[in-house]
Design a protein around this ligand. Sequence first.
Ligand SMILES: Cc1cc2nc3c(=O)[nH]c(=O)nc-3n(C[C@H](O)[C@H](O)[C@H](O)COP(=O)(O)OP(=O)(O)OC[C@H]3O[C@@H](n4cnc5c(N)ncnc54)[C@H](O)[C@@H]3O)c2cc1C
Length: 382
Amino acid sequence: MINASGFDVAVIGGGVIGTSIAYHAAKRGMSVGLFESGPLAGGASGASMGLRSIWVWSHLLPLESGLRNDQRFIDFVHETGEDIELDTTGRIIVANSEDDLGYMHDFVDRLQKRGIEIRLLDQAEIRDVEPNLSPRVIGAAWSPIGGNAMPIKLTYGLARAAKRLGASIFTHTPVTGVHVAGGRATGIQAGGRDYSAQWVVNAAGAWCASIGQMAGVEIPVVPRKGQIMLLNAPAGLVRHGIASLHKPGPQQTGGTNIRPTPHGQILCGGTSEYAGFDVTARSENIHDIARRCVDLVPALSNLSVLRSWAGVRPRTPDGEFIIGGSDRLDNFLVATGHDFVGVTHSLVTGELITELMLDGTTTTPIDGFRLNRFNGSVQSHG
Ligand SMILES: Cc1cc2nc3c(=O)[nH]c(=O)nc-3n(C[C@H](O)[C@H](O)[C@H](O)COP(=O)(O)OP(=O)(O)OC[C@H]3O[C@@H](n4cnc5c(N)ncnc54)[C@H](O)[C@@H]3O)c2cc1C
């Protein structure tokens, strides 16, 4: 399938989504050029906490697909030998209010009826599973499904694996134009050179709208800022990824999250802010994250802060992904809108985009992710 003057597919963006597309497309024999304006994982993917969760999968993606995510990560590590600090020790969700607790009971009940291993914990069990959770946590549920992965290692691992399969990875090579002729995208301009491509995939995260403009395609994605911090921690203080539960909906935020790293540290997050492309970590937000996390795990209050940072997540008006072509150019595909669950859904997104290119259809239904759902009806974010 090698195209002498370019690539079968030009992928724009070197975050977890773009590198996953490059990997999956190369794995199925396509010639791939991936173009990233800065270093790999320089956007949201490098700022991410790396929690992999079934609790907050896209509400349009069938549950079964969310559940297969664990296996996808395990398979990736087995197939490529890449170390992505994969942790499959499961997840805890906690309820902070009576309202959240009611929702959690319904949520657990619904999942159990579908045969999913998840259960509510009583107070003694909470202490057993996560001894340092605050006695003020009014309810918690536990599932062995999910865990963590280190997002920077995941991005680099995907890019390395794609490269071994023949993909060309161009970093520090900004895409400055998308060529269009006869109702199709015919290639891109990047780093001052032109490349032809049968498919152009826009995986530029929070920057997708500007790439869309180059192709005359409106993409209603804005940056949603997230801040997190890293603490120095004694081993075992926190054993699992812990997340506060939130009802789904357009206003949904990433909530409060805590996770241990394999290096004796703990990540605490986060925030959800509309602040343009500003990625400064601000003391008032870091203070707020610390307060929320200490509410969940009081022992965190004595730890030293090693570092804090911020990134911008790609957010659509309805909070759902955009995966697929546009009405204007059906070979100009868009893969974005992953907001606070992009690491979790990175591998499935690469699979789906590759299926669209090679099979013309997907094994998982993605009708709800069409870009044209926004035609003439873009609501405000927030
Ligand atoms: C603080 C924080 C915590 C998070 N925690 C979690 C979590 O625990 N679990 C989870 O699943 N998700 C989490 N996320 C969300 C997740 O990180 C994102 O959804 C995901 O990284 C999006 O990946 P992406 O590849 O679409 O975007 P990005 O990683 O932003 O990649 C897009 C890339 O496109 C590049 N680009 C832009 N313009 C151009 C151009 N003109 N030419 C070439 N390249 C260009 C950018 O430089 C960038 O590298 C978190 C995000 C943040 C910010």
